[in-house]
Design a protein around this ligand. Structure first.
Ligand code: 5GP
Ligand code: MG
Length: 177
């Protein structure tokens, strides 16, 4: 397994992102909404650097290919969310790939009328995006490779690795979102 981003580089980059976030919000209370499950390491390491008023919330988004839903349709569990109306919200996910997860999610959160809504991702995969979205905070740009570790899984394994590594291409990576 080839390490693409070391644990040290991730932690250094989180220091920088935390400075950017603190500068932007200037002590205003922030609600961080993490997208399960991939966000967990990123979220946990980032929020411990944010000495400002923070609320944490989680949302689950999964693509279903079952008989009932259309192929690739995104199902969002917003019942895990508190009322976001009037709050400053930062949506965090592990990786922006095609945008099919984050773009509809951003639309759903916007409908909840937050005071502001920003997006942060640990990774942005180059050359894969189908739906337009420019993250406000981005840890690293990576080439079009299937990566694991630091929250990212292959069949729900490897999420706990402290670094991001390249997994030799599985046969159908599109089924893993
Ligand atoms: P998108 O909706 O932008 O195409 O993809 C977002 C989701 O696809 C991510 O939250 C993640 O679950 C999955 N994904 C995309 N690329 C990768 C990758 O390289 N590795 C892993 N483990 N998951 C990925
Ligand atoms: Mg995910």
């Amino acid at each position: 397994m080839q390490i693409l981003i070391t644990a040290e580089r991730i932690q250094q980059r989180l220091d920088e992102l935390a400075v950017e976030i603190k500068q932007h919000y200037q002590g205003q209370p922030l609600t961080i909404v993490g997208v399960l499950t991939g966000c967990l390491m990123f979220l946990a390491d980032l929020v411990r650097r944010l000495d400002m008023p923070i609320r944490l919330a989680l949302v689950q988004a999964s693509s279903y290919r079952g008989a009932v839903t259309r192929p690739g349709e995104l199902r969002v569990r917003t019942d895990l969310l508190p009322d976001l109306r009037g709050r400053h919200v930062l949506l965090l996910d592990d990786i922006l790939d095609t945008g099919r997860t984050l773009v509809p999610l951003v639309e759903q959160l916007r409908a909840m009328e937050p005071a502001s809504l920003r997006v942060g991702v640990l990774l942005h995969k180059e050359g894969r995006q189908e739906l337009p979205l420019k993250p406000d905070y981005c840890g690293f740009h990576i080439p079009d490779l299937f990566v694991i570790g630091y929250g990212l899984d292959y069949n729900d394994e490897y999420r706990q690795l402290p670094y991001v590594a390249v997994l030799p291409m599985p046969s159908s990576s599109t089924d893993l979102a």
